[in-house]
Design a protein. Structure first.
Length: 121
């Protein structure tokens, strides 16, 4: 079984990424480690698990809810394991060079991803 013990990020989808980014930097004093509102995402350093804001939120119940992301070494192995457990997961995709992601949903329909990236190494 691939290790799923490292929660690497929580993704929050935002309608107004500039406003939400300013909120987390201004109110909570979080430091941006990657991205900007112009990039469509902002990653904040919050310790061992990052907070990530992504643009495109449209108040769609169940689809704009926060998503938990598990860092794994081998996305294909993790996907295979999840499929063997009867978990609903999609195909492996590569949203950026050096990153592999597989999205899934838990029994309540909450979104999660398993991800392998150069950032996580």
């Amino acid at each position: 079984m691939p290790p799923f013990d490292t929660l690497s990020e929580v993704i929050v989808y935002a309608r107004d990424l500039e406003r939400l980014s300013s909120f987390y930097t201004g109110v909570f004093g979080l430091s941006v480690v990657e991205g900007s509102p112009d990039d469509g995402f902002v990653r904040f350093d919050t310790g061992s698990c990052n907070l990530c804001l992504h643009s495109g939120g449209r108040d769609r119940r169940g689809r704009d809810a926060p998503k938990v992301v598990f860092e794994v070494e081998d996305v294909a192995a993790a996907r295979s394991y999840l499929l063997d457990q009867g978990v609903d997961v999609g195909e492996i995709r590569s949203p950026t060079p050096g990153t592999q992601v597989c999205d899934g949903v838990d029994p309540e329909g909450n979104a999660f991803s398993v991800e392998s990236s150069a950032r996580g190494s």
